[in-house]
Design a protein around this ligand. Structure first.
Ligand code: ZN
Length: 415
């Protein structure tokens, strides 16, 4: 694979102890005030060999062999991590977009078989190969925007065969992707009208998931229009029994007790939280469960943003993700999610950077591999056009980073 060095960079390591010369791997999400420490090396370098980081330090490397990128003082930081996407799907929702713009309500579109159910129908009909191909194209687009690790959920199958088909397609696309791809089984996404017993059936399939797809997390949507707290609890009980990681979409529109249940069941993340009440935020801040903010869907749908500021002030660990999906978040741009997290959820730039790198890695359980620039980790880094990282959350709808390096390989190069 060869050797690549990025020199003369403002290195944002995301390793909070880097400035003390301590490069020991840190474990666990950063909570509260710890989210602000970026471990910046003012003028430093990052060297990589065979896809792995070999040096992160101030000044010039001891020797320069192979490819060299002179950053000229620009920011070099870990590649972004998108810890919540629905990028495996078939079909599109463009007609629905026009219907919505013409004044039709989402509820009436849903009642007529549109919305998420139109994506479920198209995805059920698609082959593994077609799904993997489409997903592969989307992953490449994310890579160009500087996203090095991506979580991809199933959840448009809503029967066991179709959910497995989606997980197989995600696995297939992952093999050909330059990124680290993490699959999640979102079997509890919705309840199909023709099978209201699906949530209980899915709970019974968690044992199959653990056996056939080791390491894949379960996810469900706890909401009035989706699964009840009790149905999600049942899925989580099975997951706990088979040592499967738990994640939950909850408090997007209604606060029904999903956060408390998820914490009680040892969930790794709770995602959305726009409607989370004060008690839920306090409970979250006192727990190890990571709050994943998804502001792109609030931008698309309207409504109140999640109260990220209050969460962090109370000591919670917060991550930010794109929630990329064909309906409520038709974007693949993590930088836009970070911009919205700062603009509308009250995060500082430093906190948004932690939320989109280190804490996002923790949400996926991959923080020993990615999420910071540290010796021994996967060589995933981006070089921004700017010499100050605040530009990353200030700007939106801008050009991709100047350079993207994934697993030690330069993906793009602009002058
Ligand atoms: Zn989602």
């Amino acid at each position: 694979m060869g050797t690549l060095s990025i020199i003369n960079a403002r290195v944002v390591t995301m390793n909070a102890r880097a400035h003390n010369g301590n490069t020991a791997a840190q474990i666990g999400a950063r909570h509260g005030a710890a989210m602000s420490d970026l471990g910046v090396i003012e003028n430093g370098h990052v060297c990589m060999r065979d896809g792995v980081i070999t040096s992160v330090a101030p000044g010039q490397p001891a020797s320069l062999v192979g490819e060299v990128i002179d950053a000229g003082g620009r920011v070099c930081m870990p590649a972004l991590i998108d810890c919540h996407t629905h990028l495996c799907f078939a079909g599109n929702r463009w007609s629905e977009w026009e219907q919505l713009r013409a004044g039709e309500s989402y509820e009436s579109i849903l009642a007529a078989g549109g919305g998420i159910m139109s994506t479920v129908r198209a995805t059920k009909q698609a082959t593994v190969t077609a799904l993997a191909q489409e997903l592969g194209d989307r992953l490449r687009a994310l890579a160009n925007l500087g996203v090095g690790s991506v979580e991809v959920k199933s959840g448009y199958g809503l029967d066991w065969q179709s959910e497995m088909k989606m997980l197989n397609a995600i696995g297939e696309a992952a093999k050909n992707s330059p990124q680290l791809v993490v699959a999640t089984c979102l079997g509890g996404h919705a309840i199909p009208a023709d099978n209201t017993a699906w949530p209980e059936q899915f709970a019974a399939h968690v044992a199959d998931l653990a056996r056939q797809f080791p390491g894949v997390a379960v996810d469900a949507f706890c909401e009035r229009s989706a699964l009840s707290v009790q149905q999600c609890r049942e899925i989580f009980a099975q997951a706990k029994k088979f040592n499967v990681t738990r994640r939950l979409h909850t408090d997007q529109f209604n606060s029904m007790g999903g956060v408390a249940m998820a914490i009680e069941c040892g969930a790794t993340t709770v995602d959305h939280l726009e409607a989370a009440d004060e008690n839920s935020i306090t409970a979250l801040a006192q727990s190890k469960t990571i709050a994943v903010l998804l502001p792109c869907s609030v931008y698309a749908l309207g409504g109140a943003y999640a109260r990220g500021r209050s969460m962090i002030d109370q000591g919670a660990a917060v991550a930010v993700a794109s929630n990329a999906n064909p309906g409520s978040a038709p974007t693949i741009d993590m930088r836009f999610a970070m911009h919205l997290a700062v603009r509308h959820c009250g995060l500082s730039t430093n906190e948004a950077l932690t939320a989109a790198t280190w804490n996002a890695a923790c949400a996926l359980g991959i923080e020993t591999k990615v999420g910071s620039l540290q010796v021994g980790k996967r060589a995933d880094a981006i070089v921004l056009e700017e010499r100050d990282e605040r530009a990353l959350t200030h700007g939106f709808a801008g050009p991709p980073p100047r350079h993207v390096v994934l697993a030690g390989k330069l993906m793009s190069y602009r002058h």
